[in-house]
Design a protein around this ligand. Structure first.
Ligand code: ZN
Length: 350
């Protein structure tokens, strides 16, 4: 290691478990961060700051002005840039000794081999299908997965697929109906808090120190000032880690192009818009049927639009609520119900 690298991290060297040996481990480590939003930005900043040798950063979005209040890697001048390029620029400015490897792509199982050279994975995404996909990629590659999530003022943190510990499906067999940031609202401090927890667990894993959050789920409620620890365990009948299945709901998630192809090939497609009015019906998909989320306690309002001949695609702002509802409707026996991947945002970007 170059002397200036050691001076840069000299305040952490005296810590038990770090020292020169630990610092060398960090220098040789490669960490994959999937999702460079509110969780990925602080996690990347602190990992690079700690002297991680290489960070692989995955994202396929551009910087938007609405990202800036919780994504401290990006500046106003970078609005419109690809996030991975903007993040790589800022990280290199701050921490030139860390190698940044940008992956400007949507993470799918087809590119899971990209994870082969990494020591561990951080799930910093915000949609269910990608989260379960990353879980499968972690199981397939044998790389431990540090998992963080937020819901309004609450934060969640655990380590998955480590030392025969539980996977995401063992803890959450189905995607929870967690609304995304724009639907639920979010303070930058909440994502910052979970992002630094993600980085902390990554450092503990790499340095082999402390008590890891494997087998435990930390639930924090910043509004109440409460931190709660829940114990988790491997489910011997988990369809993903024990039976090697790909969750059905991943196949329920369809892209804008799939929908357009169905329409072009003559299929009848009903698009159902399940967003709240405050999300603005200024952005609409022409011909879609609006149903406000507060009407969804009774699913018969959606069921009335389903029939066995036609295709029905549910969409919300980002694709989380629609995926959860499509899964429930499939479980109830309704065929040809899908969720639009990435929601309306995905459609508009497509
Ligand atoms: Zn499992």
């Amino acid at each position: 290691m170059h002397p200036t690298e050691l001076i840069r991290v000299s305040r952490q060297l005296p810590l038990p478990g770090v020292g020169m040996d630990g610092q060398k481990k960090l220098k040789h480590a490669k960490v994959a961060i999937i999702g460079m939003g509110g969780l990925g930005c602080p996690a990347a900043l602190y990992l690079a700051g700690a002297g991680i040798g290489s960070l692989g950063i995955f994202d396929h979005d551009k910087v938007e002005i609405t990202n800036l209040h919780r994504q401290p890697l990006y500046s106003t001048a970078q609005v419109g840039m690809w996030k991975v390029d903007a993040a790589a620029f800022t990280l290199k400015e701050h921490y030139p000794d860390t190698t940044i490897i940008p992956y400007n792509l949507r993470f799918t199982l087809e590119n899971k081999d990209l994870l082969d050279s990494y020591n561990l994975i951080l799930d910093c995404t915000d949609n269910a299908e990608t989260r379960y996909t990353i879980n499968l990629a972690s199981l397939a590659t044998g790389k431990p997965l540090v998992y963080g999530a937020i819901a309004q003022f609450k934060g969640y943190l655990t380590i998955l697929n480590h030392n025969n510990g539980p996977c995401l499906g063992c803890i959450f067999p189905k995607p929870a109906q967690v609304p995304s940031c724009s639907q639920a609202g979010i303070l930058g401090v909440t994502t910052g808090h979970v992002g630094t927890l993600l980085a902390t667990e990554a450092l503990k894993l790499l340095l082999e120190m402390g008590r890891l959050m494997s087998g435990r789920l930390l639930v924090t409620d910043l509004l109440e000032g409460k931190f709660q620890e829940l114990f988790t365990k491997k489910n011997p009948n988990c369809p993903y880690c024990s039976l090697n299945q790909i969750p059905q709901f991943i196949s329920l998630s369809v892209r804008e192009q799939d929908v357009k192809d169905w329409i072009t090939s003559g299929k009848t497609v009903h698009l159902i818009d399940i967003r709240d009015h405050h999300e603005g019906f200024l952005d609409r998909i022409p011909g879609s049927i609006p149903i406000a989320t507060n009407k969804l306690t009774d699913l018969s309002i959606i069921q009335a639009h389903l029939n066995s001949r036609d295709y029905t695609v549910l969409f919300c702002q980002f694709g989380n609520l629609s995926l959860s509802l499509a899964t429930t409707l499939r479980d109830q026996g309704f065929k040809n119900v899908y969720s639009l991947e990435g929601g309306l945002q995905g459609w508009l970007k497509g």
